[in-house]
Design a binder for this molecule. Structure first.
Ligand code: NG6
Ligand code: CA
Length: 508
């Protein structure tokens, strides 16, 4: 065989590496918690500045009609990672911290798609999808199944939310800093003998819980939590350090995949800005909007740290970064941290022009920030109004990586790669939104239909309009994005069309 000249071989190698990087970019999902559409300066906020997130938007595409599948955390994360709507599966509502894993271990998942394509996969941050298969969970040994069985080669997480016990880090499903002499036990029904709780000892708290919303159980770091816990004193976290610790773990994961010479998929589930908001010392008081605003600044700082980390490693161009949130905003989610009073006094609108918030069927519940940056394939400084759902990330990445999804496995995930990469601004055919009480909504062609429900129209405590009504509701989001006028009576044929489609999707 005739030998190719050295120059041609070199050129072929470069082309081959370039096309591999194009087809197998590193992928980083920065998934924030309870961040509203209007909480970013690139989405119109003027009372707060988020320069690092704004830079992502300037260098990529900022979506204005992208949705989490639900207006609470567990179901949105379930859908993101499994490509399935959570309402199809029982037990996927907001989970207590001692719940078992809700994602089946025998299905294709988003991280498993990346594993099949040869990626190193990792999750850092908040998990909230349950751990183990036995109740009660034994926290004193490796808890399986968990992230590894869902498809993550590496995990550094806390099990549920920052306001739920156990308030510990877990690395590869083992409690960090665990000591045999101080075993961890968790109970969601009653306190352990001798345990000091927020309810009995408010004088020990550095931030008061809202008496109407609980969070007065176990005390960690001067903050009352949901549930009770004993032991694991050296495993418990310090809230002010969460951002620092997670950022470092995320960067270490990236370094380790580089050492293995593998592309990485990192799902960084940023703990901010969920309650309890107890930002790092340098951010306290910085926003003028209370701890919620300070937590937004800390979240933005995290984005800056990670992007700088990519730059220092020469990975800025061949890393596809997605920034989004699991559900919409809430000002008071259980702690009296002054965020609600401050936001109201400044007329600060965390959901932007959208009505409702976390838990809600109104748009602010699921219409979340969504930005993609990938210099190799995605144009800079664009916006997209395409209707997009996070449930589609699994099929879209499978398409990008040429991994066929098993035909026998039904998923809700559709290949929306062209919308994701900004090659098309066409809407997805429809999307489904799940509020806290499962009264599903369907969006199609700019119309939104909301299923009637008996739920309360207003959630006291969190002060959020749920959108629930005993009547059919139809909104024309093109002319009425703030969902002020229910036009169901004017458009019975549209109501029927959307009702019928929703029924079909439910039955699929
Ligand atoms: C609610 C909690 C709230 C928060 C939420 C979960 C009460 C009264 N409120 O039940 O504080 O933890 O669950 O938020 O317990 S999520 O973003 O993880 O869905
Ligand atoms: Ca959330």
């Amino acid at each position: 065989m005739k030998k190719k000249p050295a120059g041609i071989v070199l050129l072929l190698c470069i082309c081959c590496l370039f096309s591999r990087a194009q087809q197998h970019p590193n992928v980083l999902i920065l998934y924030t918690d309870d961040l509203g559409y209007g909480d970013l300066s690139c989405n119109g906020a003027t009372t707060i500045a988020t320069p690092n997130v704004d830079r992502l938007a300037q260098e990529g595409i900022n979506f204005s009609n992208a949705h989490a599948t639900a207006s609470t955390c567990t179901p949105s994360r379930y859908s993101l990672l499994s490509g399935r709507y959570a309402w199809r599966k029982d037990g996927t509502n907001i989970l207590p911290g001692d719940a078992n894993l809700v994602i089946p271990t025998d299905i294709t998942t988003l991280p498993k798609v990346f594993q099949q394509a040869g990626y190193e996969t990792g999750v850092v941050g908040k998990w909230h999808l349950g751990l183990g298969s036995q109740s009660p969970v034994d926290w004193n040994k490796k808890v399986t199944p968990g992230p590894a069985e869902v498809g993550f080669d590496y995990s550094f997480i806390f099990p549920a939310t920052a306001d739920r016990v156990p308030t510990i880090f877990m690395e590869n499903q083992l409690a960090l800093g665990l000591e045999a002499t101080d075993p961890i036990a968790v109970n969601y029904q009653k306190p352990f003998p001798g345990e000091l709780t927020g309810k009995k000892h408010p004088e020990l708290l550095k931030i008061l819980n809202d008496p109407n919303q609980g969070h007065d159980g176990h005390i960690t770091n001067g903050i009352g939590r949901i549930g009770f816990m004993k032991g694991g004193k050296r495993s418990e976290w310090t809230d002010e350090e969460l951002g620092y610790v997670f950022n470092n773990k995320a960067l270490r994961f990236i370094d380790n995949s580089l050492k293995k010479q593998k592309p990485f998929f990192l799902y960084y589930a940023i703990h901010n800005i969920h309650v309890p908001r107890m930002p790092g010392t340098e951010f306290k008081g910085k926003s003028g909007l209370g701890y919620r605003g300070d937590a937004i600044l800390e979240m933005d700082h995290t984005v800056g740290v990670i992007m700088k980390g990519l730059q220092e490693r020469g990975l800025l161009n061949n890393t596809l970064v997605i920034f989004s949130s699991d559900n919409g905003p809430v000002l008071n989610d259980g702690y009296l941290d002054q965020s609600e009073a401050t936001a109201r006094s400044l007329n600060y609108q965390p959901g932007g022009i959208y009505r409702g918030g976390k838990y809600s069927a109104f748009e602010a519940g699921t219409r979340v920030p969504f930005i993609i940056r990938w210099p190799q394939q995605v144009a800079a400084g664009k916006t997209s109004a395409a209707l997009f759902s996070q449930v589609d990330l699994m099929a879209s990445f499978a398409a990008l990586l040429h991994i066929p999804l098993p035909a026998k496995e039904f998923t809700d995930s559709r290949n929306s790669l062209s919308a994701l990469l900004g090659k098309s601004t066409a809407d997805r055919e429809y999307i489904i939104e799940q509020p806290a009480n499962h009264a599903l909504c369907i969006l199609k062609d700019g119309w939104k239909y909301m299923t009637p429900s008996n739920g309360r129209a207003f959630m006291e405590g969190v002060n959020i309009e749920t959108g629930y009504s005993k009547e059919d509701q139809l909104y024309d989001l093109k002319t009425d994005p703030g969902e002020k006028n229910n036009v169901a009576a004017k458009h019975p044929e549209r109501v029927l069309q959307l009702k019928t489609l929703l029924k079909k999707v439910r039955a699929a």
